[in-house]
Every structure is written in C-alpha cells, then in structure tokens.
Ligand binder design. Structure first.
Ligand code: NDP
Ligand code: KPL
Length: 337
C-alpha cells in the first residue's frame, strides 16, 4: 500500500496541492471545512494555472472529509490551515494522528513550525514554503497565478513522497537553511496587506509605483531588523532580498523593463490576505508584518510602517476601515515614520 497523505486545512493551497497529488496518483485525503466541500460538490476540483494547464476532477473522485478521524490513517500530514488555526490543528493532530506520521507545514510566516514542534514534542515536524499564489475564482476553479517551486526543510523522512510531488508537477526543493527561507518568503508576504487593502489584483497593484514604494518601506524596515537580529533571509524568488527596495522604487517604465519577472503574474492573482478580508475571516497580519514588529520589539526597536499596516488590517477586519489608494497610504506611512 502506498503511504497516505492527509491535507489538513484544504482551502486554496491545500486543495490545490492535494488535488495535483491526487491527479498524479498519490493516496490523498483532503480534510477541511464545509465551505470548500460545498464548492467541490458544486464545481468538482478544477485546477488551472498561468501556463493554461487544467486538471478537472469530478467531485466523486475527490475524497474531501470533514471528520479529523481521517488523520489516524495519515503517514504524511500537509498542514495548510491559516497561522491563527495552527494551535488548534496541532491539538487535533495530537488527538487523532499517529506520532510516527510526518507533519509538513506549508504555511506562510516564520512561527508555525516552532509552534507545531512545541505542541507535538517528539514528532517529526518539517517546514515547507509555497512560493506561488492560489486563488479561488468565482467560476469554481483553484487558479495558480504565479510561478516558483515548493521548498521544504531537508529531511530523509520526506523521501517516500518526493516522486509523488515531482509527478504532480510540484517538485520539492530541499533546503538546509529553512529559517532563512521562511524569512525570505516573509519579505514577499509583507505585500499581502498592501494587496488586500488596495482591493486590486496583484499585477495591477504592483504595476503602480505608489504601492511599490509602500512595499519598499516595509521591506527596508524588515531588512534593517533582520540585520540587527543576525538573520540573513534567503533568496526565494528571482530578485535577491537586498535589491528588492531599490527595484520597487523605480519609476513604472523602468520597473517594467528591469523587473519584468516580478510582473509575471496572472491578472487574476490576489494575495491570500485579500481572500481572508473578502470572506470576513481573521487575517494572518500578526504572523506576517506582525512578525517583523515582534522581532523589532525583541531588540528594543520599532518598525512604524509595518506597525501601521498591522493596525490598518485589524481595523479593516473589524469593519472600521475600507480600501486605500497607493498614494494616500504612502502619505500615511511617511507620517507614521
Ligand atoms: N493562498 C495562497 O496563494 C498562498 C497561501 N499560503 C499560505 O498557506 C496557508 C493556507 O492559506 P490558504 O490556502 O490561502 O488558506 P485558506 O483559508 O484558503 O485555507 C485554509 C483552510 O483550512 C480550513 N481549516 C481551518 N481550521 C481547520 C480545522 N481545524 N479543520 C479543518 N479545516 C480547517 C479553513 O476553513 P474555513 O475557512 O472554513 O475556516 C480553510 O478552508 C496560509 O499560511 C497562507 O499564508 C502560502 C502561499 C500562497
Ligand atoms: C504567493 C503570495 C506571495 C502571493 O501574495 C502569498 O504567499 C500569499 O498570497 O499569501
């Protein structure tokens, strides 16, 4: 019997990765909530990407479960809940899964693997990083709108699954410097609140210099903080972290020529935080820009631009604030500094 994968928290990323593995013949169970189950019952599981690839799975072919009991059969648990659900998910794993199962977090943020290790002492917990974007489209697809390869913390425990991921078109790039990878990804995720507050698709938002200047400020603050903490972020995209602020500040015509890679984004793509605000869910702001605020505070420093974004997103979660335009936010960030 081939080892079983359970994707715990099968929303945008989980159902996309799980669906691709299922299509490639892996033994996969999707564990999630009613919202995604209903979507799959209505539309099937349809995966598309910016290279026009399409996978169509009928609802009957997709084992989507709501009962965490399925964790008892898991050899590999792919954790894809949002960061605020990690602690509860760890308790559920502890209650139902076998301690011999491997837990691979595919979440954003720098604290999830540590939180899991704290709550699952003695378990094999590994970090993973999803570089690409997945959105749920109104016509029922899960659409991957950007490129990049999955990175995972190097471990022999993953060897039974490497071939399955490769066959699914999602090869796992093993990295020994995983904390650096997580911080490298977090620098890119500093754009999540900007994208969410702009209400614009990622490509449109990043095409506007005002928004890029806001992002450059957030990245500047994070880089200074990481330097002070002795953390060197890894390069996880085409552009090295240190060059990012300079490139982001370029005028539109030059940015489009020099950083064309950054705009190789499907017009449909939006950040996961935009999806959260649309669905009226709690966002991951405390785990993204909030992680920079917390690291700075631990060093007796402040990062006013990132702090302002944390505050604005919380206001928006409470319905006290709406969307912004880039120039107005740029002004507000300048005032905050
Ligand atoms: N979307 C993207 O493009 C990317 C996302 N990521 C990261 O991946 C992680 C997942 O993001 P994403 O897929 O967008 O999030 P989603 O909110 O789309 O998916 C998470 C799913 O987990 C479900 N869930 C939460 N708790 C439980 C539980 N206890 N039992 C069962 N199901 C549960 C949620 O249900 P419900 O909503 O009903 O609560 C939801 O369907 C995040 O850390 C995100 O930052 C990384 C790269 C790209
Ligand atoms: C891929 C990326 C950076 C897209 O914004 C993301 O991680 C997210 O939406 O959470």
């Amino acid at each position: 019997m081939s080892p079983r994968i359970v994707v715990f928290g099968s929303g945008s990323v989980g159902a996309y990765v799980g669906g691709a593995l299922l299509h490639a013949g892996a033994d996969v169970m999707l564990l999630g909530r009613e919202r995604m189950q209903q979507r799959i019952l209505r539309h099937g599981l349809v995966l598309t990407d910016l290279q026009q690839r399409r996978i169509d799975l009928d609802a009957g072919q997709v084992p989507y479960r709501l009962d965490p009991q399925v964790l008892t059969e898991a050899d590999l648990i792919l954790l894809t809940v949002k960061s605020s659900d990690t602690e509860q998910a760890a308790q559920t794993i502890l209650q139902h899964a076998r301690p011999s199962s491997v837990v691979l977090s595919l979440q954003n943020g720098v604290g999830n693997t540590e939180a899991l290790r704290r709550q699952l002492p003695g378990w094999q917990v590994l970090g993973g990083m999803v570089p690409f974007n997945v959105v749920q489209t109104p016509d029922g697809r899960l659409h991957r709108g950007t490129q990049g390869e999955l990175m995972v913390e190097a471990s022999p425990q993953l060897s039974p699954w490497l071939a399955h991921f490769a066959k699914a078109g999602l090869p796992l790039l093993e990295r020994a410097d995983f904390v650096a990878v997580q911080w490298g990804k977090l620098l890119l995720n500093l754009n999540n609140p900007l994208n969410a507050l702009s209400g614009l698709p990622l490509k449109t938002q990043l095409s506007q210099r005002a928004w890029r200047r806001c992002l450059a400020l957030l990245v500047d603050e994070a880089l200074v903080t990481l330097d002070a903490a002795g953390i060197v972020p890894a390069q996880v995209a085409k552009i090295p972290p240190r060059k990012l602020p300079l490139l982001l500040r370029l005028p539109n015509w030059l940015f489009k020529r020099i950083a064309a890679q950054m705009l190789r984004i499907d017009p449909e793509a939006r950040s996961s935080m935009w999806e959260d605000l649309q669905a009226g869910r709690r966002t991951e702001i405390d785990y993204l820009n909030g992680a920079v605020v917390a690291l700075a505070a631990s060093l007796g420093r402040t990062v006013p631009a990132n702090q302002l974004l944390v505050d604005l997103v919380h206001q928006t979660e409470r319905g006290e604030s709406g969307s912004w335009d880039g120039a107005a936010l740029w002004q507000a960030l300048q005032c905050a500094r």
